[in-house]
Write a protein that binds this ligand. Sequence first.
Ligand code: CA
Length: 355
Amino acid sequence: MNRRSLACCVLAALGLGAALPAVSAAAPRVTTVARGLSVPWEIAFLPDGRALVTERPGRVRLLTSNGRLQRRPVARVRVSANGEGGLLGLALDPLFGRSNNFVYLYYTTASGMKLARYRFRGGRLRRDRVILGRIAAGPIHDSGRIAFGPDGRLYVATGDAGDESLPQRPRSRNGKFLRLSPSIYRGRGGRAQVFSRGHRNPQGFDWQPGTGRLVSTEHGAETNDEVNVVRRGGNYGWPLVEGPRHGRFVAPIATYRPSVAPSGATFVTRRGSAWTGDYLFATLVGEHIRRLEISPRGRVTDQHVLYRGRFGRVRTVVEAPNGAVYALTSNRDGRGDPTAADDRILRFRPPRRPG
Ligand SMILES: [Ca+2]
């Protein structure tokens, strides 16, 4: 029996995607694209090949199309950079470069988390308006990833902000996946639909190609990090349950003990690679990138550890339009052991499918 079918049997025996043996495999060569950043959190590619990069203390940096990090920020955002808070998520409008120049930022302020719409013009990013507030911020568990779904809605992951009473409260916007329709995010803002609840600190998510399934990472308490398939109306259990056993709540498809502190995530969508269709996520405490093979039915069938200990803490992984994967380190966030090069933007290319 090979390793893969063994893993499937183990899975079947457990009845869930619990702790699979993670295989360390040869990984592609990594290029350092830029160095000297300060706690980069998100990177998003413009249609012309440039990229915007958030730095948690409150700057948006521009990476030119030939891979040079512009010294002068394109925006400074007034944030409350307390603990895990600051400038976090960034997403481009699905019509960016065609009928608008909207960029959405998510950040911590003294009066809570804000989702704001910006306009990118003349190499500068200027605030248009705040479109969502009334989300508690805290020195811990601010989540903060935002992304557009295949349904054209804007999804916002919110954390419990250190208040465990919020995720199960239907009216609270904390500990939720929120969803905004185009008329809200391009309009005056306001109403967000609660898509799911019972989350602690989800920091990365993407949609599985082919199935459209939303797959998210979530930081657990101490030793129960999770990967979840997030469905509309689902309750993911926090703070009532965590770990592999979730009772009447939606159980994760993978859990991690000891903690790896999973953050940003992407599916590999580019065709022709050995990793096409796989789910990559960055780990902070784990100091590696994890690759999960997830079946079309939403089961984790295999896992691989990449670059363990090579770059320190990793905040996120993002697939660029040309198929390269970009990763951001987070060694200057107060919990790392930074080198002179930190923080860095890294790049690697998923290996070709053996032909
Ligand atoms: Ca859970």
